[in-house]
Design a protein around this ligand. Structure first.
Ligand SMILES: [Fe+2]
Length: 372
């Protein structure tokens, strides 16, 4: 399914003009945005209105999605607009998917049904990180269990990138979301599913992230706009390849220590990159049967070049330095917690990774990730 990137505010108004009743999925602060007031005014001019849905939390629950679907149907909404970070996007994607599904969603029924999700859907991200606006993936939790939803029909039909929405991002969120985008690009590049197209997206994202990092961290207009673009491009890369061990190993870090998602993925990836280089250099590694040792070495070396380095080893050092220079706190982890982390890794999610790891390998990577 194709997606349109709306370039100007006028394009946004045109997109909204024939939609009439639009479900706006957003956090509670979205109503304070100047963009919200502008969009509401434009909708009113066409006798349209927003039906606001904000009844969800980070790591959204299935029940929140069901509430959203019921509201969508009751108000006879014609389109969905999501303004927010990864959670708002995930909720909006699932409402789109289930709005046309049979039943009312009771007892997890939407999770068992397939649906075409034909409702028009526009995504406006307010963080430069998740890239969710560019992917066919969503994550929700049903009775405490993570549900990974993958469907071409949840890819937003249109995306609008507005750097001014990043102006009030808190510092930790600003840094960690950028690291999420960097992790997406790096993991996509070394994924066993990488293609020429995905590598081009990943390379473009890495280049822009490095180029614009200081302007973005300094909260300049240009830096914000460019980082938003980089996160979107990294999202397009993982839409093709999915993420790899960096993400599979990071989820429990967030669960255990409250480390923000992007920060957690970067801690893992700095260790993963280094350990992969070491294992390849010593010839002591097993690679996935979907790739070859030469391909993995080439990918790690090419990532290093994208990071401005001459060798994979230097590339791993550079990734580590990027994390360190941000001055983020690294959690202290006990031996028992290391074991807990290793046992939490879902082996299915490691299948996109180019290298195979033993229990001890994974434990070593976690140990390295948390070194000061
Ligand atoms: Fe991520």
């Amino acid at each position: 399914m194709s997606q349109v990137l709306l370039q100007r505010e006028e394009d946004l108004f045109v997109w909204l003009s024939d939609k009439q009743r639009v479900m706006l999925v957003c956090g509670s602060s979205a109503k304070k945005l100047l963009l919200y007031a502008l969009l509401e005014e434009k909708l009113k001019e066409k006798n349209g209105e927003f039906v606001i849905f904000s009844d969800f939390k980070p790591n959204p629950e299935y029940d929140s999605v069901v509430t959203g679907v019921r509201l969508f149907r009751e108000k006879e909404c014609k389109a969905i607009l999501a303004i927010g970070g990864g959670s708002a996007m995930d909720v909006a994607k699932c409402i789109k998917l289930y709005a046309d599904a049979p039943g009312d969603g009771a007892e997890g029924s939407f999770l068992k049904e397939s649906s075409e999700g034909k409702t028009p859907f526009l995504a406006i991200p307010t963080t430069a990180g998740s890239g969710s606006e560019a992917t066919r993936f969503a994550v929700i939790y049903y009775q405490g269990v993570k549900q990974s939803i993958t469907s071409d029909s949840i890819l937003p039909d249109a995306v609008y990138l507005d750097g001014s929405l990043l102006l009030s991002l808190p510092e930790y969120q600003r840094k960690s979301t950028m690291l999420d985008a960097l992790s997406h690009a790096v993991e996509s590049y070394w994924s066993v599913h990488a293609t020429d197209e995905s590598k081009n997206y990943a390379a473009e994202a890495i280049h822009t992230i490095l180029e614009e990092m200081s302007a973005y961290l300094g909260n300049t207009s240009e830096g914000n706009a460019q980082m938003l673009r980089a996160a979107y491009t990294a999202g397009k890369a993982i839409n093709i390849t999915k993420t790899t061990a960096g993400h599979a190993m990071a989820y429990k870090v967030t669960g255990l220590f409250g480390t923000a998602h992007g920060h957690a993925t970067a801690l893992i990836n700095r260790a993963l990159y280094r350990r992969m280089v070491e294992l390849l250099e010593t010839g002591n590694c097993k690679v996935s049967d979907r790739t070859t040792t030469e391909n993995v070495m080439r990918a790690l070396s090419e990532i290093a070049v994208l990071l401005g380095c001459n060798s994979a080893r230097e590339g791993a050092d550079k990734f580590d330095k990027i994390c360190r220079d941000l001055g983020l706190e690294v959690p202290k982890v006990s031996e028992k917690e290391l074991d807990l982390l290793v046992s939490s890794v879902n082996p299915e999610r490691l299948q996109n990774h180019p290298m195979l790891f033993s229990y001890e390998d994974l434990k070593g990577i976690y140990r390295l990730a948390f070194q000061d």
